[in-house]
Write a protein of this length. Structure first.
Length: 333
C-alpha cells in the first residue's frame, strides 16, 4: 500500500503535537518537507537494522528499580542544550571522552560511582545548589551551558516528587496505568520545565520533546519491575531537537529557505520560540511522521516516529558531511 503524505493529524490527538504543528509544517515557509526525499530515504533504510550505541552502557540501568526511575527523571531534567563553541564541554569517564548527551550520561555515572552522590534521591534533587550541580557536571573545555536552568529543573523535579509522589517517579508512572501518552502529558502537567510550547500565528504549538523522550527512554531501557510495559508508544512523535533536523536536511527531506539556510550555516543563534526555530521543529515532527508511514508500508510492519527519530539521531552522531545544526539557546532541547 502506497502511503499518503499530508498534514492531517490523527483523531483523536490527545498529545496535541501533530495537530498543533500541522499548520506550521503545511505552510512550507521557511521550512518545507520534501515528500520525494522522504520516499528515497525510506527505500534506502527499509532493511536497515535498529541502531545500537556502545555508549548505552553509560546509563545506570543496574540501579535498583525505584532508584533507576528517579535517576532517569534526573537525566531528562538535564537533557538539553549541550552545544557551544570550541572547546566544547566534554566529560571523561572509564577511559573515554564524551560530548553532548553522552557527556551528561557519563557525568551522572561518574557522580554515582566515583563521587558517591545519591542522584536517585528526591531530597538531594530538591536541595541541589549551583556549586553541587556544577561539580557533578564538571568537564573539560567550557562549563556545561545553562547551569542555572539545570539547577532549577533538578530542584523542581525533586520538589514535585516529594510533595506529590512520595519521592518516587514510579508512583507518577503507575498513576498513568501504562499509557505512554498519558504519562508524557502528566509529566508536562506536573513539571513546568518540561512544558515545551511556543506560539505561532497566535496559536499554541506543542513539542514536548523532553517529556516524550523521558517516556521513550523508560520504555527502551526497561520499565522498573512491577510497572508493566508501556503501551501507546506509537502515538509519540519525533523528539524535535537540533540533531535530527540536521540529518533530515542532509538527506534533502527538510528544505530551508535561503535566508534560513544562510543563518543556520553561518551559526547565527535563532531565537527560542521564533518563527524560524518553530518551523524547523514542526518540519522535523512531520518529516519523521512521513518517514514512519513510508517505512511501515515498505516493511509491512508498524514503524513509529520514535523509531525514526532514534535512527536519525544515531546517524547524526557521525558528523561527516553534515552542515551545521541550528543554534538556539533553550532549556527545552
Amino acid at each position: 500500500m502506497t502511503p499518503t503524505f499530508d498534514f492531517q493529524p490523527p483523531r483523536p490527538d490527545p498529545l496535541g503535537v501533530l495537530s498543533s504543528t500541522a499548520p506550521v509544517a503545511a505552510a512550507g515557509d521557511p521550512v518545507r518537507v520534501d515528500a520525494n526525499a522522504v520516499r528515497r530515504f525510506a527505500r534506502r533504510m527499509a532493511q536497515a537494522p535498529a541502531p545500537r550505541h556502545a555508549q548505552d552502557a553509560l546509563h545506570a540501568t543496574a540501579l535498583p528499580p525505584l532508584r533507576f526511575a528517579n535517576y532517569l527523571l534526573l537525566l531528562e531534567a538535564l537533557n538539553f542544550c549541550f552545544w557551544d563553541d570550541e572547546p566544547r564541554w566534554r566529560v571523561g569517564w572509564a577511559g573515554a571522552r564524551h560530548d553532548g548527551y553522552w557527556a551528561l550520561a557519563a557525568a551522572l555515572r561518574r557522580g554515582l560511582e566515583a563521587d558517591g552522590l545519591p542522584l536517585w534521591d528526591a531530597g538531594w534533587m530538591a536541595a541541589v545548589d549551583e556549586p553541587t550541580l556544577g561539580r557533578l557536571l564538571r568537564g573539560e573545555g567550557r562549563p556545561v551551558p545553562l547551569l542555572a536552568a539545570r539547577v532549577a529543573h533538578v530542584r523542581e523535579a525533586g520538589r514535585v516528587l516529594l510533595e506529590r509522589w512520595d519521592g518516587q517517579f514510579t508512583n507518577l508512572v503507575r498513576a498513568c496505568r501504562g499509557d505512554a501518552v498519558a504519562l508524557a502529558l502528566r509529566i508536562v502537567e506536573e513539571l513546568p520545565s518540561f512544558r515545551d510550547e511556543a506560539v505561532w500565528a497566535g496559536s499554541v504549538v506543542r513539542f514536548y520533546k523532553r517529556a516524550q523522550i523521558c517516556v521513550a527512554d523508560l520504555a527502551r531501557m526497561g520499565p522498573p519491575a512491577g510497572l508493566g510495559r508501556l503501551h501507546g508508544l506509537e502515538r509519540l512523535t519525533a523528539f524535535a531537537d537540533y540533531k535530527v533536523p540536521q540529518v533530515l536536511r542532509k538527506e534533502g527531506i527538510l528544505v530551508y529557505a535561503a535566508s534560513l539556510a544562510q543563518a543556520v550555516d553561518g551559526q547565527t543563534v535563532l531565537a527560542a520560540g521564533g518563527s524560524q526555530e518553530v518551523a524547523i521543529r514542526a518540519g522535523t515532527i512531520w518529516a519523521c511522521a512521513w518517514i514512519a508511514r513510508a517505512l511501515s508500508a515498505l516493511r509491512g510492519a508498524p514503524v513509529s516516529a520514535m523509531d525514526v527519530d532514534y535512527l536519525l539521531w544515531s546517524a547524526g552522531q557521525d558528523k561527516a558531511g553534515l552542515a551545521p545544526y541550528h543554534r538556539t539557546r533553550t532549556a527545552f532541547y
